[in-house]
Design a protein around this ligand. Structure first.
Ligand SMILES: Nc1ncnc2c1ncn2[C@@H]1O[C@H](COP(=O)(O)OP(=O)(O)O)[C@@H](O)[C@H]1O
Ligand SMILES: N[C@@H](CC(=O)OP(=O)(O)O)C(=O)O
Length: 467
């Protein structure tokens, strides 16, 4: 089989885990052709983002301190993980080269006094540049040929939408399949950095947070993989985040459509576009545990077997969002109001996560990420306040709670069970939406009510008894 196996940051942050993964890949490669895709080690992308914040505040020494922290963490991991002295020495030298480049980049950004979206993508792609060298070296150490490749080096070509780029699939397919086929013919295991590619001018671009999943499916589609495995620190997709619900159960099978809904609403932090490259080729995906490889995990396919069609499958949550209530008497009965609002937000590159309009048309409520809130509010104020909009009311730190499952379609009484359970816990709901597909029912609560709401719904729908 041709397999693309993606390891998330949670799987490659301790030396014993990297060694175990190298051993596992080594043994799988005796039967299968494997491409490994890696995220950055846990916390590294966050540290790189913090470097950019320090540069914006002109605090160069803080930025350099963070760069040293990242490098030292990787060098320490290298020393603990790689046993063969020559391999370890080579790896440490390569990590030092990256460190020098990172320091030069910080120098340049400080000198220019600006963090552009292009320089930002180059900066935050460093995490994967370091992690692939570690993992590939560990595979070498276990006795197999392997090389590390960045997304750019493997041939992922994207548009120039820095921070939210999309692969240009025709070019990408040609380049990626050629690179990988060459390596397979030399019995070499490629370890590819997730999260990033490069545009047609060679500038590094990233896919947005969690984007390594998207890299894995993009590569899988290019090389006609038989399966794609996303490896993390949980057994698979569960009925709720196991960090919130202790008795959350593993979902053995879900459909692509359900998995897309779960990804959009925060379950296992899957990148929302992960499934796009798989849809036409119908490549099955497994979501599995790096530390419990005996468990088959969750199988994601076009049409799961009958037995797994429960009414509700998962209660997921996305915290740290902002809610904007857009009001104005002149919005009533004025065609094109919604179009103007969403056009304004789209021009500023803001992703709207939830929308609802009250039947009187005098208000439209939207939810965006906390980090986009400032940009969204100023765009609306500058373009539309005093014209079609009279007032903006803003609530920060809200969570979206979503109930997901294709069996909800046409099932009477789901909403009353949901709101009954929420009311019993005296939680205030500030917004509700249900798509016409009836695949999800989502509502908004305060961040601080998230855990209570998720647990109440998990209990109300008896998800701990799911089969
Ligand atoms: N429904 C869910 N099923 C499984 N995991 C979930 C779910 N919702 C949230 N999670 C969380 O997602 C985490 C894994 O996501 P993430 O940190 O992005 O993994 P990685 O870095 O390995 O890609 C798990 O540790 C778990 O707490
Ligand atoms: N390193 C990137 C990409 C990624 O996918 O990470 P993870 O698989 O660990 O969620 C991020 O933190 O966003």
């Amino acid at each position: 089989m041709r397999l693309v196996i993606k390891y998330g940051g949670t799987s490659i942050s301790a030396s014993k885990d990297i060694q175990a993964i190298a051993k596992h890949i080594n043994s799988l490669s005796k039967k299968h052709q494997i491409v490994v895709v890696c995220s950055a080690t846990s916390g590294t992308t966050d540290d790189l983002i913090e470097i950019s914040e320090s540069i914006k505040k002109e605090n160069k020494s803080k930025a350099e301190q963070l760069a040293s922290k990242i490098t030292n963490r990787h060098k320490q991991l290298a020393k603990q993980t790689i046993k063969k002295p020559d391999l370890q020495k080579k790896l440490l030298r390569k990590l030092d080269e990256d460190f020098t480049e990172l320091l030069s980049l910080i120098d340049g950004m400080v000198l220019l006094g600006e963090v552009t979206s292009r320089s930002m993508d180059y900066l935050i792609s460093f995490g994967e540049r370091l992690s692939i060298k570690l993992v590939s070296s560990a595979i070498n150490d276990s006795g197999k040929k392997s090389i590390p490749l960045t997304g750019k080096e493997v041939g992922i070509i994207t548009d120039s939408n820095f921070g939210e780029s999309k692969p240009l699939m025709d070019t990408t397919r040609l380049r990626v399949s050629k690179t990988i086929d060459d390596l397979f013919s030399k019995k070499t295991i490629p370890v590819v950095g997730g999260f990033a590619g490069a545009d047609q001018h060679g500038h590094v671009t990233t896919f947005g947070r969690g984007g390594s999943d998207y890299s894995a499916t993009t590569i899988g589609s290019c090389i006609k993989a038989d399966e794609i495995w996303l490896m993390s620190d949980v057994d698979g997709l569960m009925t709720a985040d196991p960090k919130i619900v202790k008795n959350a159960k593993l979902l053995k099978e879900v459909s692509y459509i359900e998995a897309i809904e779960m990804a959009m609403f925060g379950a296992k932090q899957i990148h929302p576009r992960t499934f796009e490259p798989l849809l036409s080729k119908k490549i099955p995906m497994k979501i599995r545990n790096s530390f419990n490889t005996k468990n088959e995990g969750t199988l994601v396919t076009v049409s799961p077997s009958e037995s797994s069609k429960n009414t509700v499958k998962c209660v997921s949550n996305v915290q740290n969002n902002g809610l904007i209530d857009i009001r104005g008497g002149s919005m009533v009965g004025t065609p094109g109001t919604a179009a103007k609002i969403f056009e304004t937000l789209a021009k500023s590159g803001i992703n709207v996560m939830m929308i609802s309009q009250n039947p009187s048309e005098s208000s439209i409520t939207i939810v965006v990420k906390n980090t986009d809130l400032d940009k969204a509010v100023s765009a609306l104020e500058m373009e539309l306040l005093g014209k079609i909009i009279k007032k903006l009311e803003i609530t920060t730190n809200v969570a979206i709670i979503a109930l997901i499952g294709s069996g909800m379609r046409g099932t009477v009484g789901v909403a009353s069970r949901v709101f009954g359970a929420i009311e019993k816990n005296k939680i205030n709901i500030s917004m509700i939406t249900q798509g016409s597909s009836e695949l999800n029912l989502a509502f908004v609560v305060k961040n601080s009510d998230t855990n209570t709401a998720v647990r109440a719904l998990h209990d109300a729908f008896e998800l701990d008894k799911i089969n």
